[in-house]
Design a protein around this ligand. Structure first.
Ligand SMILES: Nc1ncnc2c1ncn2[C@@H]1O[C@H](COP(=O)(O)OP(=O)(O)OP(=O)(O)O)[C@@H](O)[C@H]1O
Length: 453
């Protein structure tokens, strides 16, 4: 890694002329170059911006334009999409291709790495210097650019954060997060790197729960980190055995997890499923640390240095068991790991500040023991006849029916009750739950109403 990332750093600065602070879009599947590009950026101070390979030309165009990216690294699958929009991105100067074939107008990253010098001196980055931009999922609008400092990487070294997975050098960690999300940066790079454990990588070009089960049987994976949908779809396979030979610890986050699924996973695999919660703006902020008592359905406790409280819309702390916003204290001191700002969007950055807190936009309660319970996103909460209904609660109820594989609950306007709950369901293969996707993408869309009783 040392040798290859030094060479990659030289490719960026010497061959491409990129400089500290420049923005580099990184859209790669799970190939080794993803790791090389990120570490090379950290070495040089180039701000990397991961993106998911599921993007199409218009998504790439949006990201390149708003970020004013000077460079992009991608594969030959997405290179034509980039070429179709490149003329509309005046800042884009460098296109690097990760492929065994060449393409006109693109630099060949693999052969450049081979020919570049392995001698490189790291910049002397400071904790608060910019390091990365993570685009949010865009569940509620255009993806926002959450800009992080090098402090995000430093946070992984804090003993409090190490307690979440408690990785050892003998561990083999498989994090299934798409390379475009902040979870992949933490779970596939920072966490195992800090602990000196082994990263397991599977190309997994298409999500197939059968392949995941086979892989967990075949390879000496000891820890697995994935979205709840992954565990859910494995359970839906009705496999004869899910007693994996080496798997010891499982962690999940990114969307709501049903308490029943947690219990079913334990019964079928003999392993507990620990829940964590986080955002592109904060990394993992809250979680059930390995070995901590699991309260089924709870996201666990705040992970220091984050001080998480349930707050009202003015930033006042609410008492236990009261619904409110999940807030992370940012005053008087902004904790290391919380994003710097939304790039080029001071208005949005100011909007999420609420008194002494960063307002996550998620609704939850905290119990007397400090465990957090997710209710839904503030913009998803349904107000029907004066009752505030978290869509996740209705989805959980639907999911208890054996014929329902996945569900999404959205509201539609009602002249008498304000809003009524409507539902839809269908199969999905993405690593994020249907509820979150559909709710975010189709606000106000009318589905046939369900009688939910
Ligand atoms: N354990 C969890 N349980 C329930 N929801 C979770 C959990 N972990 C994360 N989430 C959801 O995922 C969100 C974070 O996702 P992400 O940062 O990718 O952007 P987004 O909020 O979906 O996108 P946008 O802000 O663009 O709409 C959280 O705010 C929360 O709603």
């Amino acid at each position: 890694m040392t040798d290859l990332t030094r060479r990659a750093a030289n490719v960026f600065t010497q061959t491409c002329g990129l400089q500290e602070g420049d923005h580099l879009a990184l859209i790669l599947p799970r190939v080794p170059e993803w790791w090389l590009v990120i570490v090379a950026c950290i070495r040089t101070g180039i701000v990397f911006m991961p993106g998911t390979t599921q993007m199409k030309a218009k998504d790439i165009l949006y990201r390149l334009q708003v970020s004013k990216a000077k460079g992009i690294v991608t594969t030959d699958t997405l290179a034509p999409e980039v070429d179709s929009v490149a003329s509309e991105c005046p800042a884009l100067k460098t296109k690097l291709l990760v492929s065994d074939h060449s393409r006109k107008g693109w630099l060949d990253f693999r052969s450049l790495i081979r020919s570049e010098s392995p001698v490189h001196t790291c910049i002397k980055s400071k904790t608060l210097d910019p390091m990365a931009i993570f685009f949010t999922s865009g569940t509620t609008g255009f993806p926002k650019m959450a800009k992080h400092s090098h402090g995000l990487a430093l946070r992984s070294f804090f003993p409090s954060c190490r307690k979440l997975l408690q990785l050892k050098t003998s561990d083999v960690l498989w994090c299934l997060s798409d390379t475009g999300w902040i979870l992949a940066f933490g779970g596939s790079l920072l966490e195992p790197w800090t602990a000196g454990s082994t990263v397991f990588v599977h190309h997994l070009p298409q999500f197939d729960p059968k392949v995941i089960v086979q892989t967990l049987f075949k390879y000496p994976i000891t820890q697995c980190f994935a979205a709840p949908s992954v565990f859910r779809m494995i359970l839906q396979q009705n496999s004869t055995s899910l007693r994996f030979p080496t798997l010891e610890h499982c962690c999940t986050g990114g969307e709501a997890l049903l308490p029943e699924e947690q219990e079913l996973w334990r019964r079928q695999t003999g392993i507990l499923l620990y829940q964590a919660y986080g955002q592109s703006e904060t990394g993992i902020s809250c979680g059930t640390l390995r070995g901590m008592k699991i309260k089924p359905g709870s996201m666990g406790k705040a992970i220091p240095p984050y001080d998480i409280q349930i707050i009202d819309d003015k930033g006042n702390i609410l008492p236990p068991n009261t619904e409110g916003n999940i807030g992370i204290r940012i005053k008087p001191t902004r904790p290391i790991g919380v994003f710097m700002c939304y790039e080029s969007n001071p208005v949005k950055t100011a909007e999420v500040e609420c008194g002494d807190f960063y307002n996550s936009g998620d609704r939850a309660t905290v119990d007397a023991e400090g465990y957090f319970w997710f209710l839904g996103r503030a913009d998803d909460v349904i107000n029907a006849s004066g009752y505030r209904i978290g869509p996740a609660e209705v989805e959980n109820a639907l999911a208890e029916h054996p014929a329902v594989a996945e569900s999404a609950v959205v509201s539609s306007p009602d002249p008498i009750r304000g809003e009524v709950r409507n539902g839809t369901w269908r199969s999905l293969w993405l690593g994020v739950g249907l509820g979150r996707q559909v709710r975010g993408k189709l606000p106000g869309h009318t589905y046939p109403a369900l009688d939910l009783g």
